[in-house]
Design a protein around this ligand. Structure first.
Ligand code: ADP
Ligand code: MG
Length: 401
């Protein structure tokens, strides 16, 4: 082959590469390749088949220069045999379709005006993902340069199709997430409405049952029942409170606060809780903690939620470590809360921030969902590391300004 033609092939390849790489649409990529290759090689047409992952069958993805009638018929040679040959990533050339034992229906190719054919597998890593087939109107040899060209285009196409597939998968995952977020927000609004309606009657029930409990004589047969009513109503009220908190508009109202001071306040509130569970507290507060703009009340709630979860996860005698940190270079400050409790199994760890996810018999599953919302509204991050049986560590990182 003359050198001019090599450069011709090179430029054609470059053009194809540019377009193929700039598209994320598998159909568009396939269409471009089946249209461009016959033009470059002066072929009659081309066909690109891709294996459907669900059915494991070859499906025509794109075609050019072939009649509807031909496309509707069985392919010119048996796909399965060819697929097996493709395992070697080889080009198959059938120089004369009328005189080749591999061709099952030569008369059909005759009617279509096809005389020779090249098949090339679309291989990605070890897998054959499809077939690329080029049809010529005459008996024809394929030069080594043309072979290289066809193989290179096939490899390029396989990569681009794979990338496009991944892209499509990711897109549909994003759509799913968006749908889920929409569902959660609708659920949140509904929960807020219900919680609001239930809050007042609950207060009445609590008031009257507590009064009644005070007034019944100690030996009354209904005393036990009243006790249960009071304690269960308390439980309902705390669920409703969590729900209201969760669905509330969580815009932080910031003022100059200090993370160390917030932690100290939280620890005062939780002092009894830690003592009751015989837990050891290791506190390490960064001495250079600056004041920053935070919603102190909301941040307190975050730390209470996380510390109470830790307390619930630990056995008596366990160690709770609370450390605050400042990183001026990264522009962040934060709190690390580590327990040596039961840990979170790896298969559940991605669920713990979901609203209503709880493994505790009396849990509402809202504590971490609320905390996550608060930290995000502050422009921060909340991360978790855990090992079953060894413990869990939550880290809250907040921007310094
Ligand atoms: N420190 C921890 N150790 C072990 N599991 C935890 C810890 N913190 C959270 N979890 C898990 O995450 C779940 C969700 O927590 P949360 O949202 O606070 O809801 P709740 O406390 O009402 O169950 C808990 O039920 C528990 O399974
Ligand atoms: Mg909790």
């Amino acid at each position: 082959m003359a050198s001019l033609e090599i450069s011709h092939l090179f430029y054609a390849f470059r053009d194809i590469a540019v377009v193929v790489h700039s598209s994320a649409d598998p159909r568009e990529i396939s269409q471009l390749v089946v249209w461009k290759i016959p033009e470059v090689l002066r072929a009659k047409g081309a066909l690109l088949c891709v294996i459907n992952l669900a059915t494991q069958k070859m499906e025509v993805h794109a075609a050019y220069g072939l009649s509807e009638a031909y496309l509707a018929k069985k392919p010119a040679s048996n796909h399965e045999i060819i697929t097996r040959l493709y395992k070697d990533d080889r080009l198959i050339v059938i120089n004369d379709l009328f005189n080749d034992p591999r061709v099952e229906f030569p008369q059909e190719t005759y009617a279509e005006g096809i005389r020779s054919m090249v098949d090339v597998p679309l291989c990605l890593r070890e897998h054959v993902m499809g077939v690329f087939r080029i049809f010529f109107p005459d008996v024809r040899d394929i030069s080594p340069e043309e072979r290289d060209f066809i193989t290179a285009v096939a490899r390029l196409t396989a990569c681009a199709l794979d990338k496009a597939r991944l892209f499509e998968e990711q897109q549909s995952r994003y759509d799913e997430l968006a749908r889920q977020a929409e569902k959660f927000s609708a659920l949140g609004r509904m929960a807020a409405g219900i919680a609001h309606e239930i809050n007042n009657p609950l207060a009445s029930i609590l008031l009257y049952s507590t009064n009644a409990l005070k007034k019944v004589p100690p030996d009354s047969p209904i005393k036990e029942s009243l006790k249960i009513i009071v304690s269960e109503t308390h439980r309902c009220r705390s669920i409703v409170r969590d729900l209201l908190e969760f669905s509330r508009d969580r815009k932080p109202s910031r003022s100059l606060e200090n993370l160390n001071r917030i932690i100290e306040k939280v620890l005062v509130v939780l002092q009894n809780e830690l003592m009751l569970h015989h837990l050891h507290l290791h506190k390490d507060l960064a001495p250079d903690m600056p004041d920053t703009l935070l919603d102190g009340r909301q941040m307190q709630q975050v730390f209470v939620n996380i510390i109470l979860n830790a307390v619930e996860a630990m056995n008596p005698g366990g160690a709770l470590e609370i450390r605050t940190f400042v990183d001026k270079v990264k522009g962040v400050h934060g709190v690390m809360i580590r327990d040596d409790g039961c840990g979170i199994p790896p298969e559940l760890i991605h669920k713990i921030f979901e609203p209503f996810f709880s493994t505790r018999p009396k849990g509402t599953g809202l504590g971490l969902a609320v905390s996550y919302g608060i930290v995000k509204a502050h422009g921060g991050e909340i991360s978790v590391e855990s090992q079953t049986g060894l413990g869990t560590c939550f880290t809250i990182t907040l921007p310094l300004q």
